[in-house]
Ligand binder design. Structure first.
Ligand SMILES: NC(=O)c1ccc[n+]([C@@H]2O[C@H](COP(=O)([O-])OP(=O)(O)OC[C@H]3O[C@@H](n4cnc5c(N)ncnc54)[C@H](OP(=O)(O)O)[C@@H]3O)[C@@H](O)[C@H]2O)c1
Length: 283
């Protein structure tokens, strides 16, 4: 496959999955527009040979100018979008303020929607395109203390399922990637969000939070079945290059396991499994 003319815009390339996928696709011959919200991250990406641009998903004007810049550099075409930038807001549902949930949805949902809608006209015009959504295993099962993040990923899954049908026949394909634990800065960034919005002292959940804090700050200990970001890359490459990309890519053993269990078990039994998992990880 000749990939030299194929361009892709990726969000959240300052670390983790976005950074890995951007560098690997560049190596593979794609024209990669790697974006990050902080200027020092943009400079670092440029120094590694990528076409890097500033894009903050919380800021509509930054989304608009990044898309304009990409389309003006490519003469109005864009083959693919990898919606990836995001973070996890920890906290029990009863401790979530409106501000905390709003911030979570601004980044993980509304920013993705706005960016996607900004590139769809170019994809429709060219009669082909790939929209790849980095969802999560938590896009189809919910775990305690992750309600904000779970709601953002369930919403991404719902929007993507509808968008896939609306784009049917246009040549533009929508794929969801559903990773379980992947090595990245995710936990460190989740800890920042936890500190920003959760007041553990006043909470019914304070003892669980104390244990969760240890988990979020012990970066050297991976969760069971953690894979490197190359596992996500494999799915992204298939979603980009297969003639018929899949609607869903399940990545990591926990994702496959939970998909089967959700299919097999009644809700009460699935809840019991999920409660046991979150008790285990916050021991
Ligand atoms: N790691 C996992 O276990 C896992 C599992 C399932 C799904 N995912 C998904 O994978 C995606 C990437 O996460 P990761 O694991 O690679 O974590 P990560 O290393 O923390 O990377 C997250 C990226 O998103 C960026 N980001 C955060 N807020 C943003 C905003 N407002 N605008 C633009 N970019 C923003 C971060 O930028 P800053 O450096 O500026 O904060 C960073 O570049 C996320 O959507 C996440 O939900 C991760």
């Amino acid at each position: 496959m000749d990939r030299s003319g194929l361009s892709i815009l990726i969000t959240g390339c300052s670390s983790g999955i976005g950074e890995h996928v951007a560098l690997a696709l560049h190596e593979r011959g794609y024209r990669v527009f790697a974006t990050a919200r902080r200027s020092e991250a943009v400079a670092r990406l440029k120094s590694r040979g990528l076409e890097a641009l500033q894009l903050d998903l919380d800021d509509p004007s930054s989304i608009r100018s990044a898309v304009q810049e990409v389309l003006s550099r490519t003469g109005g075409s864009l083959y693919a979008l990898f919606n990836n930038g995001g973070y996890g807001q920890p906290g029990a549902v009863e401790d979530l303020s409106r501000a905390a949930l709003r911030a979570q949805l601004e980044t993980n949902l509304l920013g993705w929607l706005e960016l996607t809608n900004a590139v769809i006209p170019a994809m429709r015009r060219q009669g082909r395109g790939r929209i790849i959504q980095n969802s999560s295993v938590l896009g189809f099962v919910g775990l305690r203390l992750r309600g904000a993040y779970v709601s953002s990923k369930f919403a991404v899954e719902g929007l993507s399922d509808v968008l896939r049908q609306e784009l049917h026949g246009s040549g533009v394909h929508v794929s969801l990637i559903e990773p379980g634990p992947v090595r990245s800065h995710f936990r460190a960034n989740a800890f920042l969000a936890y500190r920003r919005f959760i007041r553990p002292k006043d909470s019914h959940w304070r003892e669980t939070y104390a244990r969760a804090e240890r988990r979020l700050t012990h970066h050297e200990r991976d969760a069971p079945f953690t894979l490197g970001p190359e596992a996500v890359l494999k799915a992204v490459v298939h979603a980009l290059e297969a003639r018929w990309p899949r609607a869903r890519y399940r990545v990591t053993f926990p994702t496959h396991l939970f998909a089967v269990l959700k299919w097999l078990l009644p809700t009460w039994a699935m809840d019991a499994v999920l409660r046991a998992v979150s008790r285990g990880e916050n021991r």
